[in-house]
Design a protein around this ligand. Sequence first.
Ligand SMILES: Nc1nc2c(ncn2[C@@H]2O[C@H](COP(=O)(O)OP(=O)(O)OP(=O)(O)O)[C@@H](O)[C@H]2O)c(=O)[nH]1
Ligand SMILES: [Mg+2]
Length: 278
Amino acid sequence: MGSKLDAEIMSPVSAFTPQMLVVASLAAAIIIMIALVLLTRRNSAARGDVILLVGLPDAGKTAIMTTLTYKQTLPTHTSMQANSVVVPLGDKSCRVIDIPGHPRIRDQFREYIPSARGIVFVVDSSTVSRNGPAAAEHLHQVMHAITSLPPSKATPSLLILAHKCDLLKSTAQATPAQLAINRARTILERELEKRRASQTSGVGIEGLGAEGSEIDLGGLECTGTGEFRFADWEGGEVAFAGTSVAVGQAASVSDYADDKAVESDGLSSLCQWLEDQL
Ligand SMILES: Nc1nc2c(ncn2[C@@H]2O[C@H](COP(=O)(O)OP(=O)(O)OP(=O)(O)O)[C@@H](O)[C@H]2O)c(=O)[nH]1
Ligand SMILES: [Mg+2]
């Protein structure tokens, strides 16, 4: 009777050999460890909550910020310190930080990158042909900072904003916003390709930056072996938008009483992108 009971009790366990039990417990331990690692990574990779406005001096960052915040384009001066504001977006809002473009101050963007949900690189599309190398140098620093974030940080989204498109004339084929985007994209891709090529060949190219060391920055890696293309950038997806604000127009606050005014003011594509980040 006793031996029959033993056999009944033992039977489920005896179905597994000791080796099978060891393998099963090892597999269970590995599965639990993978789940724990994924959970901690997901928590610590939580996205930041601020939007950074960066770009060369005079690109229009502060004008954009005041228009988003106060619903009117206020006169601006060269910024000498970062401005932080809360921008209302429908029934939500987001914090926007405007980083001055002055070469001695603009590096401040690095402080904010770990808490950035999105980065808006503002380009003056009316002067980008002339300022292409300088704009690309600054953009390269931003892209390098994005790709240098530790894996525990979520990668902020990047928007290249071809601004001041009111200064471009529309053609039969394209609106000013499309022209501005095409111009900014083509010129920045060409200048970034020069920087990338000089880096891989180890040969410095004149006019690519005051400090030689900057040429050695990474951050421009693309999938494939072709020339630099934003669409192929390994650092993430790059969005483009064309915008303008109504500078010098005697706009009363009531003209901007609702969000539609801002949209008709040429910032609608930026507002849309900001909403997509929330
Ligand atoms: N035509 C036109 N002018 C603009 C537009 N946006 C800004 N401006 C003008 O461009 C100039 C520079 O704008 P700011 O907003 O001060 O430029 P910023 O990027 O903040 O420059 P820093 O503070 O030096 O980094 C100002 O005279 C603005 O009135 C635009 O959409 N169209
Ligand atoms: Mg400014």
